[in-house]
Write a protein that binds this ligand. Sequence first.
Ligand code: FAD
Length: 537
Amino acid sequence: MLETDSQFPPQSLSGIDDVVIVGGGLAGLFCALRLAPRPVTVLAAAPIGQGASSARAQAGIAAALAAGDSPDSHLEDTIAAGAGIVEERVAELMVREAHRRIDDLLSYGVSFDRNGSGNFRMALEAGHSHPRIVRVGGDRAGAEIMKALIATVRETPSIRVVEGVVGETLHTEDNHLTGVTALNRDDGKRYLFPARAIVLAVGGSGHLFANTTNPPQAEGSGIAMAARAGAVIADAEFVQFHPTALAVGRDPAPLATEAIRGAGATLIDENGERFLEGVHPLAELAPRDVVSQAIHRHITAGHEVFLDARAAIGDGFAEQFPTVAGYCREAGIDPAREPMPVAPAAHYHMGGILVDANGRSTIDGLWACGECASTGAHGANRLASNSLLEAVVFAARIAEDIHGLLPHPQAGWTGERGSDGRASSTDESAQIARLRRTMMDDVGVVRNREGLLRALDVVAALEVGGPSLQMANRLITAKLITMAALRREESRGAHYRSDHPSLDAALARRSYLTLAEAEEEVAGLTGYADTPRAAAG
Ligand SMILES: Cc1cc2nc3c(=O)[nH]c(=O)nc-3n(C[C@H](O)[C@H](O)[C@H](O)COP(=O)(O)OP(=O)(O)OC[C@H]3O[C@@H](n4cnc5c(N)ncnc54)[C@H](O)[C@@H]3O)c2cc1C
């Protein structure tokens, strides 16, 4: 295979790995634990716990565990948020299996917050009709869950973790997966990991956009790898933008949680004027997309936008929102006395590798879970705190599926560990920055045909000259998101087209796209060929 130098680590030459999981966030680690004691190799681009959105999650996991709540109600809210295209059977499995996965997390050492009577302390979030969010360590849910899982993974002898390796290419024979090639950042070489089953759990695509809450590793590599191997990608156009990321020059941008607006903070511009009151009856508490679009419009019109918590929260801010207060402190802002600069940021990708209820992709031997997969449970818009839930529910279903399909584990290795990897700098930073700016400007909160065609042209320009495999993967995912957004000529959920601002009932269905179809359509686009390539250069 073209880019394979040798195998890694050399000890694994003894045989084919049984299961390789690419990605060490919540989805990947949970799947590995559920597969134990079957031998599993986890490949992670960064040391596990770093480079994962999971560790950044603040609110918690949605699960209908409170008195008076029910999976049916959770399902109803999930379907309502998904704007007409939720895969209801899949969403139903997700909400019904929530309590079992919470039990698993408890058994892996996660200590969920409890009230005085020893019951879970349940929080309410936008779009949920009951307090339904199980929290850990206040607003540190993701970090605490990952800490517990990493400790359990480290103590599980059947799990080998190889850190600092970036999965780049899936290898298939007759539409059956045979292995994955990964770049080892330490020595710059590529290594082949042959496997009977591969699970992609590499997270989202947020870092393809200039403003994002996602870590740098969330650059859509799973979608690209699977698409290059021929897999179907679903709902790629649906990217959720969080309205209030702190615009303090950090990448990723820290999140100013919705709860701050819930506590009465307002959105103002540089003149101290509120601008959401005329936009939606709920003003600052309008749905995420409405608020994101209003902020986007105001910024595009030349304004600056701030979240003002001075009157509503004031001196109590640091106590109520310690994580956000910490980010502000580092930026020299005192939210009790000053408004916080904010802007929308790419936050969550509803689209991804098309999978069924067992996490199977359209390629034999390839499963996907977590944010890189598209189960259809979120439809066109994700209900808050459903993503950690989706990650654990479908990771567990994949483990069960693999146990059933491959009942006799092959011990391809014997428990040796990979070493911690270092992040390496890239010499492609100018191209990456250009891609991210283009995605934010033309495939961001507000889209139209002209901008989407411009974005496709920039992608084509960046493809010239044979980019590295990692850059090629970024460009492929960017192209799939852009093409899916171009195809959907309506506004639905998180996808807003200024040239098609209404929802079209006839388009209430999921979208499916292969790389071959996208390439063919790009080549045949009217208007596209007329766009001067040099202008995009
Ligand atoms: C700031 C923030 C707050 C959030 N809050 C919540 C919340 O409160 N509740 C909720 O439900 N959801 C929340 N979300 C969304 C949720 O955190 C993510 O959707 C979820 O954690 C994704 O889990 P994952 O395992 O799929 O991906 P990740 O946790 O992102 O893990 C991906 C893993 O894959 C690795 N990787 C990436 N590319 C490669 C590659 N090519 N090769 C090898 N490894 C690779 C990464 O290094 C990482 O180990 C939040 C997201 C953010 C960014």
